[in-house]
Structures are given as C-alpha cells and as structure tokens.
Design a binder for this molecule. Structure first.
Ligand SMILES: CN(c1ccc(C(=O)NO)cc1)S(=O)(=O)c1ccc(-c2ccccn2)s1
Ligand SMILES: [Zn+2]
Length: 339
C-alpha cells in the first residue's frame, strides 16, 4: 500500500510517495461488518454439518468462491491493507492512499460472491467513518458494487455511486438505475447502468457530469474509489471498450477535489493491461511522467507485442446511444435534485 501526501500547504505541489506496511486485520476487525457464523465457516473452511452442502452454499462458498488453502489468512491481509490505508487517511487527511489488492466489492455481510470473501471496501468505509462525517464511495469496476451498496443503502452518511455493465444475465444482476437507497439512505445510492462497448468519451461524459453533481449535493469529507479495470479493452470480460484514459480521467477528477482519498483495485483479468492502467493512475496522482514504452522488468514479455503503456481501443460498437446516455443522466440528475 502506498500513500501520497502533500508535505504542507506552502509546498502544495510537492508530493511524495511513501510505502506504508499494512497491518494484518484481526477476526474482530472483520466482525465490524461480517457475521460471526459466516466468519467461522470462512476461517475453518467447513460448515457445521458437512453432509449438508446447503449450509456452505448458503454462505456463498462453491463455484466462484471455493475454499482454498490459506484463504482466511489471505482475507486478513486484504482487509488489513484497506484498514491500514483508512487509518493512514484518518491520521493524514492531506493524502491519497492506494491499496491495489483491495476492492473486493461483492462480498456481503454473510455471503461471499464474485471471488470476494470479505468486503474490504465496506470495512475501510466503516473505519473512515470514525473520523470523517460523510464518505463518498465510487465504483468504476465493470461489475456493480453490490456488496458496498447493500451495506450502506439505508444511511445518509455514506453515498455509493457505481457505474457498471447492466444486462440480463450479467453478474451480479443488480445495479438498476431505479435502485436509489432506502429510508434515510433514499437518493444516497446512484447506479449508472451501461451497455457493452462504452468507450472513454461516453464513459467520461456521464461519469464526470454525475460525479460533479454528487459532490455538490452530498459534500463528502472523504472518498473511497474502487478502480476495477475489467472494463478495459482486451479484458476477457469482453464488455466495455475503455482504455486507461477512461478510468484515469475519472480518478483525476476525483483527486482534483483535494479530499482524503483511498483508491482500491478490483476486477481486471488481462493482467498486463491492469498493471498498465493502475501504474498510469498511480503516476498521474504523483504527477509523474511515464515513458511510452514499458521499462524492462521481470514480466517484460507479458507486455508484448507492443511493449507500450498505452492500451488501444477496439472498433467494437458502443451500444450506449446518445439518447440512452442523456436519458439516464437526466434521471439521475433529477434524483440528485431531491437530496
Ligand atoms: C464469478 N463471476 C465473476 C464475478 C465478479 C467478477 C468481478 O470482476 N467483479 O468485479 C468477475 C467474475 S462470473 O460468474 O461472472 C464469471 C466467472 C468467469 C467469467 C469469465 C471468465 C472469462 C471470460 C469471461 N467471463 S465471468
Ligand atoms: Zn469486476
């Protein structure tokens, strides 16, 4: 986990990156959000009644969340990284902190899903809430950030924004524009459902307009941004048509707000492209120029055949018509007017 902080006001532009060694989370840290019975199964990797697989599947273990050796320890490390990042922000408000291994946005309080066994995004937000009154969660992953939305849909202290692919049969199946929160959290959830093929220009157009309005009406004190990169062109999910610029420009908008910000990773299955994208985001936040070509490194051959930082967009059709984008933007904007 790395942090960037501006040493002080007078040298506002001076930014420095430091490496903060993450502290492993404890079981009690996980119990801040997750159910005890669920954590018991996760830790011991067996359900009470072994003959009855239903109990295991009830907690979500199986297809996309199998038991595996060292799983619980791995979960403690992931949660620990995001919690350490949140603690750092509480102590150093004038910072942007990265935890690229975090961003497990699908896990629910007592169910694992979509490769997510614990929800480090929720744990980090709960920790940040101890020192910031209002938190804005922004989810740029291809998939709906359902686990985070579920956790905070009934509160007006945490605003969740998720832009994602929304199509019949596409995981997790939630994230309809009509889902706006409940009770005190009404209109504190925004879902921006997109179709296949969205490119940087359209992605940025809708995200910027909506994010700027959310900032104006909600006035967050801190930000948690999940920068899942499975919407990039070349990802095996073969859905969106983004390059790093699409995600990068969104991050740059958020960073320009000069609020305490925690940036997490998330999905992304073309490893070389994910590394390209997250490296470019890190460099941008640090105002560091990157070379055009990938520098020599242990995994250099993974970056072929171009061995360049840039990710090209494809010629796939953007199924998001201007009319569609205008209509969803208006619906969301009108909802935000009611806040
Ligand atoms: C378990 N699933 C998830 C869930 C969440 C994610 C994710 O990245 N969430 O942010 C990815 C896959 S899933 O059932 O939709 C899939 C498993 C494997 C998938 C796949 C694999 C290769 C190419 C296209 N899709 S989708
Ligand atoms: Zn994803």
């Amino acid at each position: 986990m790395i942090a960037k902080y501006k040493a002080s006001e007078e040298c506002k532009l001076l930014s420095k990156m430091i490496l903060v060694l993450p502290k492993k989370a404890t079981l009690d840290d996980l119990k801040m959000y997750h159910a005890t019975d669920y954590l018991k199964v996760l830790q011991h990797q067996e359900c009470d009644d072994n003959e009855d697989d239903d109990i295991c599947s009830e907690f979500g273990f199986g297809y996309d969340c199998p038991f595996r050796e060292g799983l619980f320890d791995y979960c403690l490390q992931i949660a620990g990284g995001s919690l350490t990042a949140a603690d750092y922000l509480c102590e150093n408000h004038n910072s942007i902190v990265f935890h690229w291994l975090g961003g497990w946005h699908h896990a629910k309080r007592n169910v694992c899903a979509g490769y997510c066994y614990i929800n480090d995004c929720v744990l980090a937000i709960l920790r940040l809430r101890k020192c910031f009154p209002k938190i804005l969660y922004i989810d740029l992953d291809l998939h709906h950030g359902d686990g985070v939305e579920d956790a905070f849909c009934a509160t007006d202290k945490v605003f969740t924004f998720s832009v994602h692919k929304f199509e019949l049969g596409f995981f997790p199946g939630t994230g309809d524009i009509k889902d706006v929160g409940i009770g005190k959290g009404f209109y504190h959830t925004v879902n921006l459902p997109l179709k296949d093929g969205v490119d940087d220009e359209n992605f940025l157009k809708v995200c910027k307009k909506i994010l700027m309005k959310i900032k104006t009406v909600f006035k967050p004190d801190a930000i948690v941004l999940q920068a899942g990169a499975d919407g990039l062109n070349g990802d095996p999910m073969r859905s969106f048509n983004l390059t790093s610029q699409g995600l990068l420009r969104c991050v740059e908008l958020v960073v320009s707000w000069d609020l305490p910000t925690l940036i997490l990773g998330g999905g992304g299955y073309n490893e070389a492209n994910v590394a390209r994208c997250w490296c470019q985001i890190t460099a941008s936040v640090l105002k560091k120029e990157l070379p055009e070509d990938i520098p020599d490194n242990k995994f250099f051959l993974e970056y072929g055949p171009d061995f360049e930082f840039n990710i090209e967009k494809s010629f796939k059709k953007d199924l998001n018509s201007s009319d569609y984008l205008d209509s969803i933007t208006k619906i969301i904007s009108d909802n935000l007017d009611k806040l």
